[in-house]
Design a binder for this molecule. Structure first.
Ligand code: ADP
Ligand code: MG
Length: 728
């Protein structure tokens, strides 16, 4: 065993990787605090792990005469010739001619006009950095970064661009500062101490760069080739440890962990099914219930992902699964990501439970202390049969007499770690059913979730009126407004949704507020709910509640409403700037209407000018309402890397660099390598080697030094997160 693992904790704590960033030159208390608050960066390692999300070519100056085709972000060097202000008020813009002697191009600004005019002098040489585009046959650059040309300053080469928040930018923490901090870090005398994180045999077999080289290339690349190899290494590493952890635990689970045996279908299930079920189950619901039932009687703990499109009736399946738990003498819980959603589930489940004599309770962050105590007591004594709630269910104080089943709705809003906390709620782990409307290809789900089983509800309940989807440009706004009026007059409710994308929170909030104002003016006297992500939860809930209860008739909101709210009286979903949403997101939003017996509409509003790809994407929405088709089409048009399904699935949230859809080959490689490592070193799983599984794989036995690396990395990456692979 190498010396590093036997050192004392004090020595371990002083590893350079664990250094607080505030001690780095150029950081200090204030910036350290910002980094912590905005990006959760604490240590040197966190900083190194904050990878650029794209790269730009600052390796040289381009000539305007070389511009051609689709250009990356590049830099040009030259002079401003003249400035002119055009237009009035909002449509005002500043134009300048810029020349590098090879040719001229136009530069435009739509904001900050006064300041810019004062700042830039005609006789000074500047470097502009931006993306050249063609406009009316001429080259143009909009809102470039501008700085004085400094002959002393060497070209910075390929450069990483980091994700950052508006708050940081506002406080002077821009790309430049961040890049500077990063280069200081890479030059630090102790940088060379950073310890390798992959076993040497793997590195040499796969011809990967060392961890120190990889970090360096990722932040300040020498050339595209070395950058690519380094990114590959980091992706592999991330996926390798993920796979290793998943495999370890599934091995362990198979060896040790028994689940509750739900052997019977009993009185609750049968009585509900024969006397109280509100509608005939669809074929898909029946099939899925059979799959679940078969799984829960094996004596192995169930881990099942239930995928079903929006409106496919997952709640009923959840409830009937909970009845199986009750029939076998166990309690069950249903956890939802928001209070509203929990409240709605509670109403549904309580009404159904009442009919057959089951006690259902609701527990959320706003449950009053007295009620809370009673519920806690009821859960402990077993008087409460089913509990619906939010994260509040995860608190340690929430103890069950015998929890047999945990259902988790809309899993992509829950971190993997939170799911894992359910695990600790009983001596024998409960069966787990995770429900999601996000379609993730089955093979992918199996790979990343280990031995998770997948059930799919691929059929909607009968009698649904299909939602009509319109694609409308700003020019047809009057028509859309008239349509909304007619629906309001018929007593219906309306959603109007705006995008909110992190990169420019300020602008987004502005357009949302303008939208609210416009809606107020267009529909005077109509009560409006207004909801966005930056609101206090209590305020948000109150606004939502008003809409759910029908007191407000229009909801103007950002995508916070995306998940799960059920207002059958809402018949129109207007989506503003629809081109800025992903297709899966549009699909989810559309699923908010068409929940009642009435005809419903989804209206995608968009600027009339858009690229062919965007038009094609939006067009798909008007052609189909099948979520799986939509996600397939999305994948074809945009390439799998942009597919939201995996972005949204809880696990993808925790990946820093790998992309589950795009990096399929690396996933496979990582999995194979993890299998070989486990086969060669069964002690990693903590269970005896199982010969059956290792037949076809070539074991990779590791020496003590490599094993120490594995132990330390598994600990670092997963210890805080409990045994999460047991549960997802
Ligand atoms: P989701 O899968 O999106 O969570 P829900 O469970 O909320 O969908 O169900 C959507 C609507 O369909 C609800 O109003 C529910 O009562 C209804 N529903 C569920 N199953 C059926 C069925 N078999 N037949 C008719 N309506 C159903
Ligand atoms: Mg639902």
């Amino acid at each position: 065993m190498s010396a590093t693992t036997t050192t004392t904790t004090t020595a371990a704590r002083s590893r350079f990787e664990d250094f607080p960033v505030k001690y780095l030159k150029g950081v200090g208390e204030v910036r350290a605090k910002q980094l912590k608050e905005e990006l959760e960066i604490d240590s040197v390692r966190d900083l190194l792990d904050h990878f650029p999300f794209r790269y730009v070519d600052r390796s040289r100056f381009y000539m305007i005469s070389e511009f051609a085709g689709e250009m990356p972000q590049i830099q040009v060097r030259g002079h401003f010739l003249n400035f002119s202000v055009e237009g009035e008020g909002k449509s005002q813009r500043l134009r300048a001619t810029f020349t590098d002697t090879s040719r001229m191009m136009e530069v435009v600004w739509f904001a900050g006009i006064k300041k810019i005019r004062e700042m830039y002098q005609p006789m000074t040489e500047y470097v502009l950095f931006g993306k050249p585009t063609q406009y009316n046959g001429a080259w143009q650059m909009a809102h470039p970064e501008v700085e004085r040309y400094d002959p002393q300053r060497p070209p910075t080469g390929f450069q990483g661009i980091y994700s950052m928040t508006d708050t940081m930018r506002k406080r002077g923490m821009g790309q430049r500062v961040f890049q500077k901090i990063m280069s200081t870090l890479l030059e630090h005398p102790r940088y060379g101490e950073i310890a390798e994180t992959l076993p040497a045999p793997i590195i040499s077999e796969l011809h990967y760069p060392s961890i120190r080289d990889a970090y360096r290339q990722l932040h300040i690349p020498d050339n595209p080739d070395r950058l690519r190899k380094s990114r590959e290494r980091m992706k592999f590493e991330e996926l390798f440890y993920l796979e290793l952890q998943i495999l370890r635990y599934s091995k362990r689970r198979n060896h040790q962990l028994a689940g509750h045996v739900f052997s019977r279908i009993g009185q609750y299930f049968n009585r509900f099914y024969s006397d109280h079920i509100p509608f005939e189950l669809t074929g898909a619901q029946k099939r899925v219930l059979k799959e679940i039932r078969a799984d829960m009687r094996t004596g192995r703990q169930m881990n099942r992902l239930l995928q079903g499109d929006v409106g496919s009736g997952k709640t009923l399946v959840a409830f009937m699964t909970m009845l199986m738990s009750a029939d076998n003498g166990f309690q069950s819980c249903l956890m939802a990501p928001t209070e509203i959603l929990a409240g709605q589930h509670y109403e549904t489940l309580r009404a159904w439970g009442e009919k057959i004599g089951l006690r259902v309770e609701l527990l959320t962050g706003s449950t009053r202390a007295k009620a809370r105590r009673e519920i806690h007591a009821g859960l402990l004594s077993g008087d409460v049969d089913m509990i619906v709630g939010t994260h509040a269910l995860l608190e340690e104080k929430v103890e069950f007499r015998n929890l047999g089943l945990a259902v988790i709705d809309e899993q992509h809003r829950f971190g993997v770690a939170q799911r894992a906390r359910m695990w600790a709620k009983g001596k024998v782990p409960p069966h787990v059913l995770v429900m999601t409307a996000t379609p993730i290809p089955r093979t992918l789900a199996m790979t990343v979730y280990g031995d998770l089983e997948v059930s799919v509800i691929d059929e909607l309940p009968p009698g649904r009126k299909p939602i009509e989807t319109w694609l409308r440009y700003d020019t047809s706004r009057a028509e859309v407004d008239r349509h909304i009026w007619r629906q309001l007059q018929e007593g219906r409710q309306i959603y109007i949704v705006y995008p909110l994308i992190k990169e420019n929170e300020k602008l987004d909030l502005k357009s949302l507020e303008e939208g609210l104002e416009r809606t107020r003016q267009t529909f005077p006297g109509v009560e409006i709910s207004f909801v966005h992500g930056k609101m206090k939860p209590a305020e948000k809930d109150w606004q939502m509640q008003k809409f759910v209860e029908g007191q407000s008739r229009i909801m103007v909101a950002t995508t916070v409403i995306e998940v799960g709210v059920n207002v059958p009286n809402a018949t129109v979903m207007v989506i503003e700037n629809a081109e800025r949403f992903g297709l899966s997101q549009l699909h989810q939003l559309r699923g908010r209407v068409g929940r009642g017996a009435d005809r419903s509409w989804c209206i995608l509003m968009s600027k009339s000018k858009m690229s062919a790809t965007t038009r094609k994407r939006l067009h798909i929405m008007t052609e189909t309402t099948d979520g799986f088709l939509i996600s397939e089409a999305d994948m074809k048009i945009r390439g799998p890397g942009d597919m939201e399904g995996t972005q949204q699935s809880g696990i993808a949230f925790e990946l820093k660099i790998a992309d589950l859809t795009r990096d399929g080959q690396i996933v496979a490689l990582a999995r194979e390598m993890a299998q070989r490592v486990l086969a060669g070193n069964p002690q990693i799983a903590g269970v005896p080697a199982d010969d059956a599984a290792s037949g076809s794989i070539q074991p990779m036995p590791l020496d003590a030094g490599s094993l120490a690396i594995l132990a330390s990395e598994l600990h670092r990456r997963f210890s805080k997160k409990i045994d999460w692979s047991l549960i997802s």
